[in-house]
Design a protein around this ligand. Sequence first.
Ligand SMILES: NC(=O)c1ccc[n+]([C@@H]2O[C@H](COP(=O)([O-])OP(=O)(O)OC[C@H]3O[C@@H](n4cnc5c(N)ncnc54)[C@H](O)[C@@H]3O)[C@@H](O)[C@H]2O)c1
Length: 313
Amino acid sequence: MDLSRKLVSIIGTGKLGSAVALQVASREIADLRLIDIIKGLPQGEALDLGQMTAEQGADVDIIGSNEYKDLSGSDLVVVIGGLGRKPGMTRLDLQDKNEEIIRGIAEKIVEYAPKSLILMVTNPVDVMTYLTWRVSGFDASRVFGQSGMLDTMRFKYFISRALGVSTSSIQAVVIGEHGDSMVPLPRFSTLNGVPITDLLSPGQVAEIVERTRKTAAEVIALKGATIYAPAHGIARMIESVIKDKRMALCMTARLNGEYGVHDVYVDVPAVLGARGVDRVIELKLNDEERAAFLKSVDVVKTAASQLKSVKAS
Ligand SMILES: NC(=O)c1ccc[n+]([C@@H]2O[C@H](COP(=O)([O-])OP(=O)(O)OC[C@H]3O[C@@H](n4cnc5c(N)ncnc54)[C@H](O)[C@@H]3O)[C@@H](O)[C@H]2O)c1
């Protein structure tokens, strides 16, 4: 049995990064390196979290740093550094500013953690994951992003409220861009195997789909940022990698022919384990679903083609 502990680094320990660190530490998933450019912030987070684990008896080693060399030895690097949306902004509005930050971070990961996997979170996540894959030169299986996990959690939440049943009895699927063109899939979203389209009226389904697309902006308008829900989704993905759970979940993965689409990172169901993305699961979409998905893929492709530091095909 391999008894060595795994190491997860989190780059960007702001509102979301610190919430992810909290989940990883309190659930004893892995040792942590917290990296941020703000002097004192990651060190303070490490101390605060370490003192929390002292009461819990959680054996995790947490170090905060302002230096990328401390990424060394990471099994997984989670990138959450950069700008977030302000009320009224779309995720794509962040692209130019975050491109520069993420390109720099990707170069540092290659330098100091060349064997790691990379989980991208910074928005626009589909484009930033593509950028990181291109800059790193890593195999696409080692570079992936968080998006669908959160979007399906949100879809699940609204479905459970409409049906009046526990979220634990709901399975939900969302594909496409992590943005306004995302494609929640009611036909593939079920109450214990029964499609929600058999249980709710078309009007109710349409309302839930729309709310799922808009709810991130709703939370940002109310409290300034989305934190707990994404942190939970990210921690689940980290767990699937670190414990090689091979969970099948919606996530930003590279398509290379699947769904008839090439060279784009977009949200699809995929299997995630210790080596990263094991395989993309292809759903049998009907014409309407396929058209919406391809339209969403186009939104991401167009945004990726506007990257300044890499040329997207
Ligand atoms: N993919 C998702 O599901 C999802 C969900 C929520 C938020 N996000 C995105 O996550 C990002 C962070 O959101 P937040 O609310 O935590 O923002 P935040 O402003 O609270 O934190 C960002 C942190 O990144 C740090 N940072 C900036 N440049 C850096 C660099 N080069 N190296 C290291 N650290 C750096 C900042 O100092 C700051 O502490 C945003 O882009 C946001 O849009 C993604």
